[in-house]
Write a protein that binds this ligand. Sequence first.
Ligand SMILES: O=C(O)C(=O)C[C@H](O)[C@H](O)COP(=O)(O)O
Length: 203
Amino acid sequence: MTLEEVMHAAPVIPVLVLDGEHDPVALAETLVEAGLPVLEVTLRTPQALGAIRAMAGVKGAIVGAGTVLNEWQLFEAREAGARFIVAPGLTKGLTRAVASTGLAYLPGVATAGDIMRGLDLGLTRFKFFPAEASGGLPALRALSAPFGAVRFCPTGGITEASAPEWLAEPAVTCIGGSWMVKKGMSLAEIGDAAARAASLARS
Ligand SMILES: O=C(O)C(=O)C[C@H](O)[C@H](O)COP(=O)(O)O
């Protein structure tokens, strides 16, 4: 699966920090059914790899690993069945390692220098991270201006309220966020929030 396909599959990628509160399969089924098939499971908890393995078997789910910081985590994520890899930043070593696996790769950028290093490595699609803390929409607009062909998946600090303006931006293909799956939400509440996110329009 190409990164382009991953980024176009849904307007919003739920960023999941799984700690055992919900059964991963039931959670994935809820999100897919609501219209959010692309699921980023962050490698921040001990449950993450097992969850990727379980969720990868859910019909219609496109499961990837987030917070991938090094080659070891990349290979663990691939072995668990991740179909795409998300990193908070961009390094040459991890970019080359992911390229050797053929998996879709969405590394994080926050500066023009980051983007230029990514372009040098053959990348044109990036996560803009942390989106709000890096200056929000004005920063993304200014940053994307010199890079006409580059497209972004802003993530970090985006809320249900701010999501529509991010998605209206021409340089934005999709956005990531955790607001659909917060601690204490029931599966029904998650399904409702995910359905609202899935119905958001893109530019
Ligand atoms: O760990 C990573 O590599 C990440 O992907 C970080 C996440 O993108 C943000 O934590 C999600 O941001 P919120 O929607 O503000 O919760």
